[in-house]
Ligand binder design. Structure first.
Ligand code: 86X
Length: 700
């Protein structure tokens, strides 16, 4: 464990003596108590409890106190000077402290290189000669004196706050301020899905609001819906079945469609030798800091380090050069579904910007430019259909400017989406015409019908799991996820509303209903769990974004009907059981349609026509994209970028690093759908005659 080694090295460097004991994994203060005796974690007063907290404002704290002490959250918040502290979500554990649940201690300060967390220590601990803290992992405990702990924290740039609770002791006995056993809360957090306790906890709806605290809202939506789990490597996330099945829907559709175009599936190795990767220096150059390398096997250095693919041009095109000899070998149309790794340092966001992601990459070679050009657009339209027809997300199809295109190619086409809640444009997928550049670099040549040597025209195109993030950001609300029916893993959830004696009959009727829906091809599930209330279940399936809920109670059964509730707008309707199948089929289609329509309406109100520079930044500040007449000159594109940033920053605002977004606007695309551009219309920024309409926006 490399991080742990770093920690011990740091302690050694500081001359801090420690003793480390191994034990079973301990997730709670109680767990530590249970191993204390056999491991000699003495004295008891040195055993610690560490609370990782987030304030309402979003500030993070790690508070360390005696294992046995009772902590009142309100009081603690007051002492920290941070209102309404609660236990911070696991996502912060992974991304900020980079430890797993149950392993938080002040030692984790060494991982918080961006100084996002403030460490605080109970003054009562300061007299201890021996504190026991997990050294970044909860299967060990390491001793350190309180003074040395402070020394360590100072050395890693986290001088701690020492909190004095002595003045509060007296009042803490009165009923109102009666402290909670914080250990109880720890246990709850650590044990996960339990019974009654957890019920209360998860009944709570999502705490952050989409309009107020988008980043935390997004994080809550994707974790509570069970789409994502966090991981202890920054920028990497677990795609759980609830999100992966959406990816499978996208795969099924897209793979079917590209196969109709004659594309074949294949799989190339994920590793690329240094030599192959650099065969094509020009296009790699700008990207090279993002390439991840394997340099060791076990403890021995590899003679030749190998890279993990960030994209597969340099892996596939040497093979293309071997396989393409004659015009009869063309067109060659290959696609692979795989993972790629780009070691980015910008703030990662699940689905949207991750270090490893899933995608498909299509690579094709043609004997004519037209054939290649036609395919570029055919593929782009499939990408549009994934967004609009499956995910109910409107996109703008267009061409990238020379500045924004893939540098190794001839031209780049794109589908651009827009997230209203953050007023950011986001690239949805790209389809490139690579021209003959790669053919020349990789010596891909063939003999045409007349026997002369030719270089093929190539395309490449890709779509990633980012699609899912865009869909979530657009459709989810303050109750949680909202899924378009076409991709929802469960389209209809049946909830029998049982009263004491009615359970058996109701459940069996509900099962019958489920069977008939399933037989009709509806993705349906039933929630008969007896340890949760109906109200809890409504909330639960709402958070997961299931488009339709059917409630079946004794009264409904009597009337041969079922209550239908739509997730999209919470509207309700009683539906006779006799027509339930056709009704649901229709409703699912209607919901799909309404979701796209609603998103399209928002999209069009957020697209503003801007004729002159003075209107440009105000349009962006109003949360819009700007559609402008443009001279299409790279220098003026750069000027617009620069000026929009300056204006924004001079207005006293700073770049928002947490969401890794910048104030500068860039061109999203030259939309294919061009409004009229009367001859002589001036460019909005240069005043020269405009060549086209261009869509601009702040971006992800
Ligand atoms: C550009 C181009 C292209 C196939 C696609 O956009 C669709 C699917 N590839 C990808 N690109 C890189 O070439 C690249 C290269 C390296 Cl070494 C890297 F680290 C990151 C990269 N990112 C994008």
């Amino acid at each position: 464990m490399e991080k742990q080694e770093m920690l011990f090295a740091k302690l050694k460097e500081l001359g801090i003596p420690t003793v480390t004991k191994e034990h079973k994994q301990c997730f709670t203060a109680e767990d530590v108590e249970s191993v204390a005796e056999e491991c000699g974690l003495q004295p008891a007063s040195g055993r610690c409890k560490n609370m990782f907290l987030k304030s309402k404002k979003g500030d993070l704290f790690c508070f360390t106190t005696q294992s046995a002490s009772k902590i009142d959250m309100k009081l603690l918040s007051k002492k920290l000077g941070a209102p309404e502290c609660r236990f911070a979500g696991d996502e912060y554990l992974a991304s900020v402290l980079q430890v797993i649940k149950g392993s938080v201690t002040p030692f984790a300060a060494i991982n918080d290189t961006e100084n996002k967390c403030t460490f605080a220590i109970d003054k009562d601990l300061m007299k201890e000669q021996t504190l026991w803290l997990h050294p970044l992992h909860n299967d060990k405990s390491t001793s350190i004196s309180a003074d040395n702990l402070v020394k360590f924290l100072e050395a890693v740039g986290h001088p701690p706050k020492i909190l004095d609770f002595s003045d509060a002791e007296a009042s803490s006995s009165d009923a109102a301020a009666k402290p909670k056993q914080a250990g109880g809360a720890d246990k709850k957090a650590a044990k996960g899905e339990g019974q009654k306790d957890v019920q209360k906890e998860t009944l709570l709806s999502i705490t952050a609001k989409k309009e107020e605290d988008f980043a935390n809202w997004y994080s809550e939506v994707i974790t509570r819906s069970d789409m994502i789990d966090y991981y202890d490597i920054s920028g990497c996330y677990i795609l759980k079945p609830w999100s992966f099945s959406i990816w499978e829907q996208i795969q099924t559709f897209l793979d079917g469609e590209i196969k109709k175009l004659g594309v074949q599936g294949c799989y190339f190795p994920m590793f690329v030798s240094q030599k192959a990767l650099e065969a094509e220096k020009d296009h790699i150059e700008g990207f090279s800091p993002e390439v991840a390398w394997v340099t060791k096997s076990g403890q021995s250095e590899l003679e030749n380090p190998i890279a993990v693919r960030p994209t597969s041009e340099t892996i596939m095109y040497p093979a293309f050069a071997k396989w393409i000899r004659s015009h009869r070998d063309l067109p060659l149309k290959l696609n692979q579904w795989c993972n790629v790794v780009r070691w980015e340092f910008k703030n990662p966001t699940p689905f949207i910007r991750t270090r490893e992601f899933l995608w498909q990459e299509g690579h094709t070679a043609h004997s004519s430019l037209e054939s290649a050009a036609t395919e570029v657009l055919d593929i782009l339209d499939l990408y549009r259909r994934v967004y609009e027809e499956l995910l109910a997300v409107p996109v703008v199809k267009g061409k990238k400017t020379e500045t924004e295109k893939f540098a190794g190619g001839f031209y780049t086409t794109t589908v651009e989406a827009f997230i209203p809640a953050t007023a950011r444009g986001i690239q949805g997928a790209t389809s490139h015409n690579l021209g003959q550049n790669f053919g020349k670099m990789f010596k891909i040549e063939y003999e045409d019908e007349k026997g002369s040597k030719q270089i093929p025209w190539q395309n490449s195109w890709g779509m990633t799991t980012r699609t899912i993030g865009v869909m979530v950001m657009i459709h989810a609300d303050n109750q949680g996820l909202v899924l378009p029916p076409r991709v929802a893993p469960v389209q209809v959830i049946v909830i029998p509303v049982v009263y004491k004696d009615s359970a058996a009959e109701l459940n069996s009727k509900a099962e019958e209903l489920v069977e008939s829906l399933r037989a009709a091809g509806i993705r349906v599930d039933i929630d008969t769990r007896s340890n949760y209330t109906a109200g809890w279940k409504y909330n639960h399936w709402e958070q997961k974004g299931v488009p339709i809920r059917l409630e079946l109670g004794p009264k409904d059964l009597e009337k041969k009907q079922v209550r239908m509730v739509r997730r999209l707008d919470n509207s309700k309707e009683d539906v006779p059981l006799s027509v339930i199948v056709p009704k649901l089929k229709l409703e699912l289609e209607l919901i799909q349609h309404k979701m796209l329509q609603r998103a399209k309406d928002e999209h069009s109100t957020r697209t503003r026509t801007v004729m002159k520079w003075e209107e440009f930044v105000p349009a962006l500040d109003a949360g819009c994209m700007a559609l402008t007449p443009f001279c299409d000159e790279a220098e003026w594109e750069e000027t617009a970028k620069k000026r929009s940033k300056e204006e924004k920053l001079s207005a006293g605002e700073t770049e928002d690093e947490r969401t890794a977004v910048s104030a500068a606007a860039k061109t999203l695309c030259i939309p294919f759908d061009q409004p009229d551009l009367p001859a002589g219309t001036p460019c909005f920024i240069s005043g020269k005659p405009a060549k086209c309409w261009v869509l601009w926006g702040r971006t992800y």
